[in-house]
Design a binder for this molecule. Structure first.
Ligand SMILES: *Cc1c(COP(=O)(O)O)cnc(C)c1O
Length: 397
């Protein structure tokens, strides 16, 4: 097909040209005396994105799922009781991992479309006066349903109950795109990955840990080797890795971090909000509904859009792909066939989002869903006109 391929799935996301080019370099000596000059600032700048000063960040050559596992096996013990909630494919998978790794999981099932049930968490934490719950898990942004949860409120629930449990957060589709404050929210293990807000290929799993998580590591009895903190700490402190690092991905990460920090995290978050809001206006103009069951749950990185009863969202996604070269996200597991998703995170701007909406409109109509042509695009156009700022002259020059 001629022209660009349009990628609007919620990860992997579009890679900026600058980042791609930064990864196109010869292999380098990862034990060279120069290498730490590159890696040490990389760790420091990654901490800025997680917003932690007293913690540290591990970079694993894995996807986000590996960082999930690293968090569990480095800080907990087999048989530990943990509190989790399940309201989408990703929160479901983390529960599944915790169970398979031998944790005793108290799972709260929540209707898909809502997020972390903070009040229920608060109740369970208050009732747990003996402190048997060792960790509380939250999926910050459930990518399957387009639902964002309130992590600060979970922190408050822990504090109000004077509960000492570790706080684990899956921020794979949140960190670097929507507000995340590791230090301020007292998050102990924050997980992310390279292929979403960080605008890179898949292949790096990030795990930021607090001092409290590092202390818990001292008495953690899980068997582990490849993911072990101590091997990482020993070598990372010298600017190296315990095994061959993915140097090209790290070079890409350098440029991606520069881009995020140059734009400014608050500006990045505001941009994500604008992209998301344009999509939400389009959805409303189409007369369709989000899977997110209320304003407070709406995600600024991904929208899961419900097709009307009697239609198959997989057909919409397939049509967009084959006919218009546009990739939209399919509905996963419980919402398969019911929703399609527009990922609006990472390297994205107004006109790209209009492309996604135009592609979705065509595919929806092709599938017999009678939306008014141009209605969604039109709503987004007007919203962007009202809210977008001209580039600074220096940038434009
Ligand atoms: C993508 C994603 C994951 C899984 O990450 P992988 O990099 O595919 O292992 C986990 N949690 C959330 C919320 C995600 O969006």
């Amino acid at each position: 097909m001629s022209g660009y391929t349009h990628l609007f799935i919620p990860g992997p996301t579009n890679i900026p040209e600058k980042v791609r080019q930064a990864m196109n370099l010869p292999m380098e000596d990862m034990r060279s005396p120069e290498f730490p000059k590159f890696t040490k600032p990389l760790f420091e700048d990654l901490k800025k994105v997680f917003k932690t000063e007293t913690g540290r960040v591990f970079i694993y050559p894995s996807s986000g799922t590996g960082a999930w596992e690293a968090a569990i096996t480095n800080t907990l013990n087999p048989g530990d009781r943990v509190l989790m909630s399940r309201f989408g494919q990703f929160s479901h998978l983390w529960v599944d991992m915790a169970e398979r790794m031998g944790l005793e999981v108290d799972v709260i099932d929540v209707e898909w479309g809502q997020g972390v049930p903070v009040e229920e968490y608060a109740k369970r934490l208050e009732a747990d006066t003996d402190g048997t719950i060792k960790a509380v898990f939250c999926c910050h942004n459930e990518t399957a349903t387009g639902v964002t949860s309130d992590i600060a409120a979970v922190r408050k629930a822990l504090d109000d109950a004077y509960h000492d449990a570790l706080l684990f957060v899956d921020g794979v589709s949140a960190i670097g795109s929507i507000d995340f404050r590791m230090e301020e929210w007292g998050v102990d293990c924050a997980v992310s990955g390279s292929q979403k807000g960080f605008m890179l290929p898949a292949g790096l799993g990030f795990l930021a840990v607090s001092q409290k998580a590092l202390d818990a590591h001292q008495s953690s009895t899980f068997r582990r080797c490849y993911f072990s903190f101590e091997d990482m700490i020993k070598t990372n402190d010298q600017g190296y890795f315990p095994y061959t690092p993915a140097t090209q991905l790290l070079r890409g990460l350098r440029v991606a971090l520069d881009m995020l920090l140059e734009e400014g995290l608050d500006v990045v978050f505001a941009r994500h909000h604008r992209m998301a809001e344009a999509v939400r206006r389009a959805v409303a103009a189409w007369g369709l509904e989000l899977c997110a069951a209320g304003k407070e749950w709406e995600s600024d990185t991904v929208s899961a859009i419900m097709v009307p009863e009697g239609f198959d969202s997989a057909e919409v996604v397939k049509t967009a792909y084959y006919k218009y070269n546009v990739s939209l996200g399919v509905g996963l597991s419980k919402v398969a066939g019911k929703v399609f998703r527009i990922g609006h995170l990472g390297a994205l701007n107004e006109v790209m989002v209009l492309g996604a909406l135009g592609g979705a409109e065509m595919a929806l109509r092709d599938c017999g869903i009678e939306i008014v042509p141009g209605s969604g695009v039109g709503a987004a156009v007007e919203y962007f006109r009202e809210t977008s700022q001209p580039m600074k002259l220096a940038e434009a020059a």
